[in-house]
Design a protein around this ligand. Structure first.
Ligand SMILES: [Fe+2]
Length: 296
């Protein structure tokens, strides 16, 4: 990230934006295969492994790590991988265990079963924690695949900076609309008359302290209240069309056991899946209030 990234919010800084944009698009990986880095011990990355993952993070805000050794002690491996990229402040969300690790499996008949991440249904495009407060923004995420499904359960992934570029190049006014502090409201989560979470209102795009771009988004059509003006509607339609397109910037990956994702909360979805007796999909998910930062 450049030291001065105010061009993200200052639409007058056109040349700085264009220079950054050209560098970004030139460096962006061509396919998900380019994101994959073979890792020996995820707890102690070698200098070369560290740099290889760091390179993908710098270019695409994401990397896929692949380690046979992670299978021996997956939770420790997953917790320690992020730590090496300065990801330490874990979000202890409702579904997480005492370590801050959420085990994503199909949970029927439990409270978690009411939430789509804990079902086998498709998950539409989103960034994680879009219902969190400003103070608890999810900046980074690490996934690890303990077990894949019999069929399905693939992810589409796109760097949110690419979505920003698409919108700004389509019409810079779309960026203004999506920077608005009350552009998107997620209504309260009320279960059995008890409010588990109040309404959350905030921008789609914002810039965090270190100058990085953050995106808060869900493609969920129901129960999302968008600011009621024509420009917002157009901007959201433009984004929806882009994410639904066959843009080469959209990566497709299906994590298999031993593989995981480390990312700066990029946009992602998940296809529906089917388990069988030997393939019960199980993923570890860790959410952080820290971005992955690659040491120089
Ligand atoms: Fe997610």
């Amino acid at each position: 990230m450049s030291s001065d990234s105010s061009f993200f919010t200052d639409l007058e800084r056109k040349q700085e934006y264009l220079d950054w944009r050209d560098r970004k698009l030139d460096a962006y990986p061509q396919s998900a295969d380019e994101l994959i880095v073979q890792v020996n011990d995820p707890v102690r990355l070698s200098e070369q492994e560290y740099r290889a993952i760091g390179d993908r993070l710098n270019r695409a805000n994401m990397a896929i790590w692949d380690s046979a050794q992670a299978k021996d002690n997956p939770k420790i491996a997953t917790l320690n991988l992020g730590r090496q990229y300065n990801m330490v402040r874990l979000d202890h969300n409702m579904g997480a265990d005492q370590d801050g690790v959420s085990e994503l499996t199909v949970r029927e008949g439990q409270w978690r079963g009411g939430y789509i991440p804990y079902s086998n249904k498709p998950l539409h495009w989103h960034t994680d924690g879009y219902y969190n407060t400003e103070e608890r923004k999810i900046l980074g995420m690490v996934l690890y695949c303990v077990q894949d499904a019999a069929r399905g359960g693939a992810n589409a992934l796109i760097d949110h900076e690419i979505a920003y570029i698409h919108l700004r190049d389509s019409d810079p006014a779309y960026i203004s609309a999506l920077l608005h502090p009350s552009v998107m409201t997620i209504p309260a989560n009320i279960v059995n008359g008890k409010e588990l979470r109040p309404d959350r209102t905030g921008p789609v795009f914002s810039v965090v302290d270190n100058g990085a771009l953050h995106m808060r988004y869900t493609a969920r059509a129901r129960n999302i209240i968008w600011r009621d003006d024509a420009l917002t509607s157009e901007a959201v339609a433009c984004l929806t069309a882009f994410l639904g397109s066959d843009s080469p910037y959209i990566m497709h990956a299906r994590l298999s056991p031993g593989q995981g994702l480390i990312c700066n909360n990029v946009l992602h979805d998940r296809s529906g899946f089917d388990n069988d007796a030997t393939h019960e999909r199980k993923l570890y998910r860790l959410r952080y209030y820290d971005r992955a930062v690659v040491d120089q």
